[in-house]
Write a protein that binds this ligand. Structure first.
Ligand code: ATP
Length: 453
């Protein structure tokens, strides 16, 4: 498979041509100039220094998601440097001669990343889980990779309404096991303790008074499929003990039976609780925790991905009016949706849109009059952006040594980025929101790009 990357060499010990030839032999065509494309980038260096780190940071901040930092020799890279580069945003850091064929190693990684990105952009992902914000995409990329290339156990953490169940279903959909079977959901918050054994393990006929027939439980139903234990943080301690063996060994006995059965399932659990805190408080068994938390994925709350609000709102609008002509929100409604608080996260946004749709009539855009009275901001609620969190951010900037010019520039750049993201790249609309001309916005963006290079 022919793959492509950008390539920057600041090494004197290996010639750029020799590296490009080695990469080409492994099927990677390396472009040595910056074409502004979102290709993986290889930074080849002789010496770790602050400049290298800043370069990695800039690339990663500007949206380049795959950066290789490759040292020409072991002396160029200490362990501490490796971690510093990873924290700055590098996806991979290694020494060129760490293996017999380093170019092939790079090719393997690029190939995997390309496969993950292809899945990420596929209709099955894009039409179920809406969101393009960097924090969301980063999380989703991890999910997609785990779902498709492994059958590992995954614990999904996140506030209520952040999409945990949807993500669990996506994991099942993308699971590449041959002969994959069902997605089985068990809500641990609603299990009646007396019937819990039967719910999980099934029962034999006559196992208890109402057991007139034998019955399969969740472990059996999920055989060759996925078992999703929702709200696992609500599971009472005695039940946690009962589940240990079945989860560890994938074997269980039905209630009232003596035969051991085995079930081959992928386990996905979700909770909005801080499970690790629960372990410390003795509310959640630590041995169970370590069995379900092979991989932990944290879903961001909606307030941390505000640029996804409008795309989500438009997605719900289409879902709620499948037959109708496409509609959009007018400027004030867009502003309202973006700035409103959503303690119930995406579910709350869905409900707001559902209420707006209930009220809307006519073919024109959705306007503020469509927002139900109870959802409208009370007087004085808008314009509260100069609040404590704003002060806190400025305080942090000052205490980390940032000067007024730098703070001003960062604030402007952030406002521009948010407006452009919120308006999905429509520069005219972003300029109108920012109160500048299109041309002024374009110039600002160009100068921000230049200063980040
Ligand atoms: N990224 C998303 N794209 C589209 N719809 C979403 C997204 N995230 C959540 N939703 C929708 O929001 C609602 C809540 O999602 P879901 O039930 O998966 O959340 P949850 O985290 O499991 O909630 P809870 O903890 O309360 O069970 C659903 O209607 C779901 O379809």
């Amino acid at each position: 498979m022919q793959t492509c990357c950008q390539f920057f060499c600041s090494s004197n010990s290996i010639s750029e041509r020799a590296l490009i030839n080695a990469l080409a032999a492994a099927g990677i065509s390396a472009l040595s100039s910056d074409r502004g494309e979102q290709k993986p980038i290889i930074l080849f260096f002789d010496k770790f220094d602050d400049g290298l780190c800043e370069r990695v940071q800039e690339l990663s901040d500007s949206g380049t998601e795959r950066v290789f930092a490759i040292a020409s020799s072991e002396v160029a890279l200490t362990n501490a440097d490796t971690w510093t580069l990873l924290h700055a945003g590098a996806s991979e850091v290694f020494v060129w001669n760490h293996s017999a064929d380093p170019a092939a190693e790079i090719a393997c990684r690029i190939e995997r990343w390309a496969a993950v990105d292809e899945l990420l952009e596929s209709p099955v992902v894009q039409t179920t889980l809406v969101g393009q914000s960097p924090v969301w995409k980063k999380m989703l990329r991890r999910i997609v990779e785990l779902a498709h290339f492994t059958n590992t156990t995954i614990l999904i953490l996140g506030e209520s309404g952040t999409g945990k169940e949807l993500v669990a279903r996506l994991i099942h959909t993308l699971d590449s096991r041959i002969k994959k079977s069902e997605f089985v959901v068990l809500d641990c918050a609603t299990i009646v303790p007396e019937l819990s054994g039967s719910e999980f393990f099934g029962h034999e006929r006559g196992a208890f008074t109402s057991a007139v027939h034998s019955r399969d439980g969740a472990f059996s139903l999920a055989d060759k499929g996925t078992l999703f234990l929702d709200e696992i943080g609500e599971l009472p301690l005695p039940l946690q003990a009962q589940l240990l063996r079945a989860i560890q060994e994938r074997t269980y006995k039905r209630v009232g039976g003596n035969t051991w059965y085995s079930a081959d399932f992928r386990l996905v659990c979700a909770t909005n609780r801080d499970l690790f805190e629960g372990v410390k408080l003795g509310e959640f068994r630590h041995d169970l925790y370590y069995r379900i938390a092979t991989w932990i994925v944290r879903l961001p709350p909606l307030r941390d991905r505000r640029s996804d609000i409008l795309p989500l709102a438009r997605h719900f609008l289409r879902q709620l009016r499948p037959e109708a002509e496409p509609l959009d929100f007018d400027h004030s409604v867009r502003e309202y949706l973006i700035t409103r608080e959503y303690p119930g996260n995406v579910r709350e946004l869905w409900q707001v849109i559902a209420r707006i749709v209930d009220r809307h009539v006519g073919p024109g855009s959705i306007t503020v009059g469509d927002i139900p009275e109870d959802d409208r901001p009370v007087n004085g609620e808008s314009g509260t952006w100069l609040d404590e969190s704003f002060e806190q951010a400025i305080r942090q900037a000052l205490s980390s040594g940032a000067k007024l010019k730098e703070i001003g520039r960062a604030t402007e750049e952030t406002a521009v980025r948010i407006a452009v993201d919120d308006e999905q790249g429509n520069l005219q609309r972003a300029a109108a929101r920012l109160g500048v001309t299109d041309r002024a916005l374009q110039m600002r963006r160009a100068s921000a790009r230049r200063s980040s290079l």
